[in-house]
Ligand binder design. Structure first.
Ligand SMILES: Nc1nc2c(c(=O)[nH]1)N[C@H]1C(S)=C(S)[C@@H](COP(=O)(O)O)O[C@H]1N2
Ligand SMILES: [Mo]
Length: 198
């Protein structure tokens, strides 16, 4: 096997700055609050519902026809593992929200299986969030959120809703599943916003 020059193909460990309280992992843990829902691609759709109740819906084929990006991002789970340089492919929320008329402040992500999580709309725009269907060059595995999941890597990974079915736009931010159980409403890993003040 060829000798790989360390630090060329990967970052030197000494150069890595992780959010406070995080440690590196090289595997990809699965964290799910319930069983993995299996959604057939014929039944799958993604719906944005505005605060006025207007709906914009994409079937799987319509979703696949949208322009894609390939974000390479670090992810940070609130249980303290971080994984660097994960590579995905999917559709930017800028594309999906592009022609949606809204003055909403926040979005609630809804999922097949019932999970919810809230994200301010400003955090879904500006090249910061995607609906991804591919991980590491392969279709996203069901346990990691396939057919498609939200990816919003600048927030703790619980915000990256697996098996996403839609976004409900809200006039005011409101807690989702984990946020109602005490997790932080926003979840910035660099500010260590793991839990809400009691
Ligand atoms: N629908 C759904 N999405 C979810 C979860 C979940 O339980 N259900 N868990 C969240 C949490 S707490 C984390 S850390 C990540 C884990 O993603 P992974 O299993 O692909 O590592 O998914 C997030 N998205
Ligand atoms: Mo998590």
């Amino acid at each position: 096997m060829a000798v790989i020059s360390r630090g060329f193909h990967r970052r030197h460990e000494a150069d890595i700055v992780l959010p406070p309280g995080q440690h590196l992992t090289t595997d990809f843990p699965v964290l799910s609050a319930g069983p993995t829902p299996h959604v057939s691609l014929e039944r799958w759709s993604f719906t944005i519902t505005t605060e006025a109740g207007e709906e914009r819906r994409w079937t799987w084929d319509e979703f696949l026809a949208l322009p894609t990006e390939e974000p390479a991002v670090d992810i940070h789970c609130v249980t303290s593992w971080s994984k660097l340089g994960t590579t995905w492919r999917g559709v930017s929320l800028d594309v999906l929200l592009g022609d949606v008329g809204t003055s909403a402040e926040a979005a609630m992500a809804h999922c097949y299986g019932g999970y919810t999580t809230n994200v301010p709309l400003v955090d879904l725009r500006g090249g910061k969030a995607w609906i991804v269907h591919t991980y590491d060059g392969k279709p996203l595995r069901p346990e990691h959120g396939g057919p498609a999941r939200l990816l919003v890597p600048h927030l703790y990974f619980w915000k990256s809703a697996k098996w996403i079915s839609g976004l409900q736009l809200l006039d005011h931010d409101a807690p989702g599943f984990w946020e109602s159980l005490g997790y932080h409403l926003y979840g910035d890993p660099w500010k260590e916003q793991r839990y809400r003040a009691q």
